[in-house]
Design a protein around this ligand. Structure first.
Ligand code: SAH
Ligand code: SF4
Ligand code: F3S
Length: 480
């Protein structure tokens, strides 16, 4: 009988993604062994805290976990392996992570096989990792945003060492393609077109935790979307922190509008969305592509952040109130039925009542179909964190409430304008409260609930919008 030689040097591939497939196989062996011991399959839960980009990363983690042999579940208390994919854009996101980690520790004490992994934007902040090392010793693995593709390798290291494994990179210029990924929905998918951000808005931590801007090669993007479309995907959301600067740093530069023209040609794909657009880089060429496209949804998320030119300057947004309004005017001229949504921050350092009134003025002039409103959150390491004139909490709270009221009133008035029209909805799910209804999303991003069956999920169906319920519709399917 041949004996295995313990000292044989294993051949570990040095190129990616082959190296990660090697570690996936290694992890698979470990999972199989533990599973045989316990005489049950091992389960894993990935919990996402952040934006669409984080959600997309979670799909990649899920793809790898499934390959390794884990059964995916939603409840973290019941999982053998829990991963928190974290966000650090505002302080409350961080607090939620620490809170839930505390609870998870109690669960882990009862299940010694349990593994806890942390990744995502929070892990790119050195003070966070210090705190975890000191007070959260029960965490098993920690990795960052730049080396997420190395997940299987980090996990294999943990299986071998039985100790906390930390692997964080400061930055990266590489993009690893062709790793597994498991979509949450069969009919729609996010597609990364770029990573990182170079804008350094003075309040924002993203450029520090996601690194420098890098665009994916257009051929890789098109190939991915072609495969998705062949697999039944009807709608894609092109993702980047600032999609309007896509392609500028490629070896053969290409504009975002040019990329959209290529995506439009893909057979089987019916809808194209993208986010986020920075107003400073939104080109006439893009407006023209939106005007003529048959597939790009008539919805644009255009974060304004503040209506005060003074504050915008301090935020380093590089546009004025007037330039923003002019841009909105141009877009509406070209695409009259466009739905506009935005992000607004209240209480940026030195924001006065007059500055805030300017924000309200923009809200009233643009009449957003919906807006995300945020209370300014101080992020350590950003220029705004050390600015003088931080606004007192009660003042911010008062402004926030006034803004929210204005935004909601206008949004429901805008929503009501569609009553009686027939629009196409992509059916996403059976209604959570009433199983005789299905829920579909319109091109303008509004939701409509109408009588239907689960067989309609993933189909585009024409729906008459009967009754506006403030932010969504009740409707009925109509024959084409
Ligand atoms: N790249 C996107 C936004 C990413 S973060 C863009 O530029 O539009 C999403 C939103 O979070 C931002 O638009 C902003 O409104 C909000 N945000 C970012 N940093 C914040 C902070 N420090 N405090 C409060 N809100 C913040
Ligand atoms: Fe943050 Fe500004 Fe970059 Fe958006 S564009 S991610 S707000 S720095
Ligand atoms: Fe949060 Fe990171 Fe997205 S900080 S908003 S998850 S890029």
């Amino acid at each position: 009988m041949m004996q295995t030689n313990e000292n044989a040097i294993e051949h570990i591939p040095v190129t990616e993604p082959e190296r990660q497939y090697y570690f996936i196989e290694k992890c698979k062996d470990y999972v199989r062994k533990i599973s045989e011991e316990l005489r049950r399959p091992l389960t894993a839960a990935v919990i996402t805290f952040g934006c669409q980009m984080n959600a997309r990363d979670s799909e990649k983690l899920t793809g790898i976990l499934e390959k390794i042999g884990y059964t995916m579940i939603d409840q973290e208390e019941k999982a053998d392996f829990v991963i928190y994919n974290t966000c650090t854009v505002r302080e409350n996101a961080n607090q939620r992570v620490y809170g839930r980690l505390g609870q998870l520790n109690r669960v882990k004490r009862k299940n010694p096989h349990m593994l806890i992994g942390l990744c995502g934007c929070m892990m790119q902040e050195p003070h966070v990792v210090e705190k975890l090392k000191k007070s959260y010793r029960f965490v098993d693995l920690i990795f960052g945003t730049h080396n997420i593709y190395k997940f299987a390798e980090v996990l294999a290291t943990r299986f071998e060492s039985e100790r906390m494994v930390i692997d964080i990179w400061k930055d990266t210029d590489r993009i690893v393609e062709d790793l597994p990924s498991e979509r949450k929905y069969s009919f729609k998918s996010g597609v990364n077109i770029m990573f990182g951000c170079n804008n350094f808005c003075s309040y924002c931590i993203v450029p520090y935790v996601r690194g420098r801007e890098r665009s994916r090669n257009p051929r890789d993007i098109i190939r991915e979307i072609e495969n998705l479309a062949a697999d039944g995907v009807k709608e894609v959301m092109l993702l980047g922190q600032n999609v309007n600067s896509y392609g500028k740093t490629l070896e053969e530069p290409m504009t975002f509008a040019e990329l959209l023209r290529e995506v439009e040609k893909i057979d089987g794909l019916e809808r194209i969305r993208f986010m986020t657009s920075h107003p400073k880089d939104l080109s006439d060429e893009l407006i023209e592509v939106m005007r003529t496209s048959k597939k790009i949804c008539h919805h644009l998320h255009l974060p304004v952040q503040s209506g005060s030119t003074e504050i915008l300057k301090k935020m380093n947004r590089r546009y004025t109130k007037e330039q923003y309004l002019e841009l909105v005017h141009k877009i509406r001229e070209a695409v009259p039925d466009i739905s506009l949504t935005t992000d607004i921050i209240v209480g940026f350092p030195q924001e006065t009542e007059e500055d805030f009134e300017e924000t309200l003025d923009v809200v009233r002039k643009v009449r957003y179909d919906s807006a995300f409103t945020f209370i300014y959150s101080k992020r350590t390491g950003t220029p705004a964190a050390v600015m003088e004139g931080q606004v007192p909490e009660d003042v911010v709270k008062d402004r926030f409430d006034r803004l929210l009221k204005e935004v909601q009133t206008i949004a429901s008035e805008e929503c009501a304008k569609h009553e009686g029209t027939i629009q196409t909805a992509l059916v996403e799910q059976v209604n959570e409260h009433d199983p005789s209804l299905v829920t579909g999303r319109l091109g303008n991003n509004l939701l409509v609930h109408f009588p239907g069956t689960k067989e309609q999920i993933g189909k585009l169906i024409d729906v008459k919008l009967l009754e506006c319920k403030g932010f969504y519709y009740i409707g009925e399917a109509v024959e084409k």
